[in-house]
Design a protein around this ligand. Structure first.
Ligand SMILES: Nc1ncnc2c1ncn2[C@@H]1O[C@H](COP(=O)(O)OP(=O)(O)OP(=O)(O)O)[C@@H](O)[C@H]1O
Ligand SMILES: [Mg+2]
Length: 465
């Protein structure tokens, strides 16, 4: 088994021969590239762990090639070979993204050690990325807050989870953490990390037309309608042993509401076109930002379903009522979002920014706070966040450009302190990516640029995509 794949590029045939032999003898699989025009395609095709790249070569030199490699999404560590023993070239190479460098003439032991360390670092980097990825959803499920209302909410959730209640209603304004509450309940109910084994199925009742929602929830038997080419398990079944989140239950049509009521009362489901009763062993969590009692009075929500759901009800709290938690939440988002975007220097809030955040009413609640911080992490350069960086404070020197419209011609109003075109570009790219849900093709369309252009821009500005 090879210890790793090494690609080698140097115009000095003697060095190539010596390294090829030495590294192969030490257990590495080694390939070489002779011409710079073939380098990128070889790297893409073979995915080496390490590229040993000479700096001084005729034609394109190693630093130029390194720059090209770093522009592409190629996951290979680069170790530069340099004949120049001044630190300057090496520093330049490291700045461009090289992992290490070797100064000629080198002895073979040194090469083997540097390659070994580079591969070790690369493996560690992959591990960190992996754990970051699997930890991200754990962070997202955290229900942060130290004020009394949030502590009470957490206590209520624990009691409901311990009691093993099977139907729970969560109400609250937009962005107050209804889904976070549902996931927190699920985790307590089905046990910490092990909850990875208990399914959590989320369904947005507002997102699908009624008939599709019904077949998604209940599943169907082959032949029960034209498109039912085979049996299909529904989401209720998929949630067995765990939880199903019926998000925006207030948007469910009356007809489906009665079918849901039947499920909750009888704890069984029947697939469309089927006659077998399948036991439903799942916690059903419904959420809404609507006032269901009012909907009952208006006749748009079934009273019996309302009472069935409302037996165990949790209410999430508007952010303006727990302002003392704002600094804690803000710090938390700052840290997880900096991690998400791989920002090494986590910013800090100035006392004035904190005061300003506490003074604001946050109509979009915790989601609005999180989005505001995401915008600052991505777009602002400053280390210390001041009130001017906060999106709700109008007129700050860094505030977003506002669009104007004169006689049908759209234009942007330059802010007081001016703005660099680079910042403007970054800002628009970020907004397009947000709007397009991180889908580069869609974002490119919004900006009228090519897919390759947006890929390059996202990379250039260090936006996650
Ligand atoms: N207490 C909290 N601790 C940490 N993060 C939170 C908390 N509450 C909300 N969030 C974050 O705020 C955002 C909105 O939360 P969530 O989606 O749960 O709100 P929601 O009430 O379901 O919103 P909507 O009504 O729009 O569906 C999410 O990114 C979530 O991670
Ligand atoms: Mg929600």
């Amino acid at each position: 088994m090879s210890l790793g794949k090494i690609l080698l590029m140097d115009d000095d045939a003697l060095i190539v021969t010596v390294l090829l032999k030495a590294l192969s003898n030490n257990g590495y699989q080694v390939h070489t590239v002779a011409e710079s025009k073939n380098l990128l395609s070889k790297m893409r095709a073979w995915s080496p762990d390490v590229l040993l790249l000479d700096i001084n070569m005729p034609g394109k030199n190693g630093l130029e090639l390194l720059e090209e490699i770093k522009q592409e999404d190629i996951d290979t560590e680069v170790v530069m070979l340099t004949a120049d023993d001044t630190a300057e070239t090496a520093i330049k190479a490291m700045k461009l993204g090289a992992g290490d460098y070797l100064t000629k003439p080198f002895d073979i032991d040194e090469v083997v050690i540097v390659i070994g360390n580079t591969i070790k670092n690369r493996t560690l980097k992959h591990e960190v990325d992996y754990y970051r990825k699997i930890c991200a959803p754990i962070f997202e499920k955290e229900l942060i807050g130290q004020t009394e209302p949030v502590k009470n909410l957490r206590n209520e959730i624990s009691r409901i989870a311990e009691a093993g209640v099977s139907t729970v209603l969560i109400t609250g304004e937009n962005g107050t953490g209804k889904e976070v509450t549902a996931r927190y309940l699920h985790r307590l109910r089905y046990g910490g990390c092990a909850s990875g084994h208990a399914p959590f199925v989320a369904v947005n009742c507002a997102a699908l037309p009624e008939t599709i929602l019904e077949s998604e929830l209940f599943g169907y038997e082959k032949g029960s309608f034209t498109d039912a080419k085979s049996d299909k398990e529904g989401l209720f079944e998929a949630a067995c042993g765990g939880s199903i989140l019926l998000d925006e239950i207030g948007e469910m049509k009356l007809d489906l509401q009665s079918k849901l009521l039947r499920v909750l009362e009888e704890k069984t489901i029947r697939r469309i076109g089927g006659n077998k009763e399948i036991p439903l062993d799942a916690t059903v969590i419904a959420t809404t930002n609507r006032n269901l009692a009012e909907m009952v009075a208006e006749g748009s929500f079934r009273m019996d379903l309302f009472y069935r759901l409302n037996g165990f009800a949790l209410q999430t709290i508007p952010l303006r009522e727990i302002k003392e938690d704002i600094p804690l939440l803000a710090e938390y988002f700052l840290s997880i979002i900096s991690q998400k975007y791989n920002k090494k220097n986590v910013k800090r809030f100035s006392p004035a920014a904190e005061a300003s955040m506490k003074a604001y009413d946050w109509p979009g609640n915790i989601r609005e706070l999180k989005n505001a911080i995401e915008r600052i992490v991505v777009l602002e350069q400053a280390e210390i966040i001041t009130p001017e960086h906060l999106p709700f404070r109008q007129g700050g020197s860094n505030s977003l450009l506002t669009a104007g419209d004169v006689e049908g011609v759209c234009y942007f109003i330059l802010p007081e302190g001016g703005i660099s075109l680079d910042d403007l570009e970054k800002n628009l790219i970020w907004q397009a990516m947000q709007k397009a849900n991180q889908n580069k093709a869609q974002a490119a369309k919004l900006l009228g640029i090519s897919y390759n252009a947006i890929r390059w821009q996202v990379k250039k500005f260090g936006l996650v995509g």
